[in-house]
Design a protein. Structure first.
Length: 359
């Protein structure tokens, strides 16, 4: 009973170490540092394998030597313990194969003998139903083979390792995706700023910092400026009025730049919003309204006709479409531009300086 209690304590230590690790490398390091306390062995390791060729994608062992090179050279392809594990999907050791001769004549046994090792135990590591690799143990020839209890423990060890590796792989994959997304957003010409509804910045791309001078303090709060005023005003209306989309004009006298700032509340269940800056200038460069890139060519045409003060019937005749189709176009235009009426759409267009040319 006391022996079992010690094993349980060591297993908990092993499990806690694995689940405290963040990256796959940390998980494997934790495994190597603690597994020998649960199943004592002269050598133990973790292998990630290519299932087609059984080649090693990566491996970590508690020691290295010529015997490992020999195992990879001719032992892995002639390892009846590994073949059994791949076929049956659970732990096995060399003493429980079909025959002792099968093990003694194998390439794996010959490779182990270069270090005086004779007994091998392996267990599969399966992540979300997909074979990942194996955990391996080896003992010297003068020691007894692995016990039935140790086979059971090896299965438990591999299950815990698989859970920890799956979590770490998910963490690393998410991190890579976030990094890729951030690099992509940094290449955009438009400023992108993500905040909570209190105006605290969660993310901003390089354009926001470089072209619009958006600055935050150590807690992520926006520092005073035209961009900050536009964003904070939008967040206030999201909180107080329940709006989901807001468009406003912004002029930064310090930077001598003007923009249409469009802010979206991401969802009712999230305390998050994103603000996009569409820059424009006076004169010929301002002839294309920044919001046009939000609309289809047909919607741009309808918006142009609205800005000329035409009625639905007149727009339909000019565009050669039915009045119902015109109304559907208008609904989509209102949603995309964040306005609620023709009057607001016209004001948005003419506030930006023109409606006499659509790109």
């Amino acid at each position: 009973m006391a022996t079992r209690s010690i094993v349980d304590m060591r297993y908990r230590k092993y499990s806690n170490a694995l689940h405290s690790a963040v990256t796959t490398n940390d998980v494997i390091n934790a495994y190597l540092k603690t597994v020998d306390e649960v199943i004592p062995a002269a050598a133990h390791g973790v292998y990630e394998l290519d299932m087609t060729s059984l080649s090693v994608i990566r491996s970590r062992c508690n020691s290295r030597g010529d015997w490992l090179d020999r195992y990879e050279e001719y032992g892995r392809q002639d390892d009846p313990v590994l073949q059994f594990v791949l076929k049956k999907g659970h732990a096995v050791d060399s003493s429980r194969l079909l025959s002792e001769e099968q093990w003694e004549s194998s390439g794996a046994r010959k490779a182990l003998s270069f270090r005086g090792l004779a007994h091998s135990l392996e267990a599969p590591v399966v992540i979300s139903g997909v074979f990942f690799g194996t955990i391996n143990f080896a003992r010297h020839s003068e020691l007894p083979p692995f016990s039935i209890a140790e086979l059971h423990t090896a299965n438990l060890l591999s299950e815990q390792l698989a859970i920890a590796l799956e979590r770490a792989l998910h963490h690393e994959t998410t991190g890579r995706r976030v990094s890729t997304l951030e690099r992509t957003l940094d290449r955009l010409g438009q400023a992108v700023i993500v905040t909570n509804l209190g105006g605290q910045v969660l993310y901003q791309n390089s354009t926001a910092r470089r072209d619009w001078g958006v600055e935050v303090d150590i807690e992520g709060s926006l520092l005073p400026g035209a961009a900050a005023d536009a964003i904070l005003s939008a967040m206030s209306e999201f909180r107080m009025l329940g709006k989901r989309v807001l468009i406003r004009n912004m002029e930064d006298e310090k930077l001598h730049r003007r923009a249409v700032v469009k802010s979206y509340r991401l969802s009712d269940g999230e305390d998050t919003a994103v603000s996009l800056f569409f820059p424009y200038a006076d004169g010929p460069a301002a002839r294309q309204l920044p919001i046009w890139n939000l609309l289809t060519r047909r919607e741009q045409e309808i918006a142009q006709l609205v800005s000329e003060g035409l009625t639905t019937k007149q727009i339909s005749a000019r565009a050669f479409i039915s009045e119902n189709t015109t109304k559907q176009h208008l609904k989509r235009i209102f949603i995309k531009t964040g306005v609620c009426s023709r009057a607001e759409l016209i004001q948005l267009i003419w506030t930006c300086g023109q409606a006499d040319r659509i790109g």
